[in-house]
Design a protein. Structure first.
Length: 75
């Protein structure tokens, strides 16, 4: 048996991953950003049932794109 190479994260695991990588975000904030009506969250890699799963590398790239040096400037 071979080891699984790609590890996908649930939204709850994703909040822990991003926080550990210097991008603190709460679970509720991530849920709000990922709502289909807002569509501002990280891109899901796929779905398992009705649960979105995320690629850690793409989610980290999403967080880096959202990072601003001046909090007063428009996004």
């Amino acid at each position: 048996m071979t080891a699984v190479e790609n590890r996908y994260l649930t939204r709850r695991e994703l909040t822990e991953f991003l926080t550990k990588n210097s991008f603190p975000i709460s679970y509720s904030t991530l849920l709000k950003l990922a709502m289909p009506s807002r569509n501002e969250g990280p891109p899901p890699a796929g779905y398992w049932g009705n649960r979105a799963l995320y690629d850690p590398e793409k989610a980290l790239a999403w967080a880096k794109r959202r990072f601003r040096t001046n909090w007063r400037s428009a996004a």
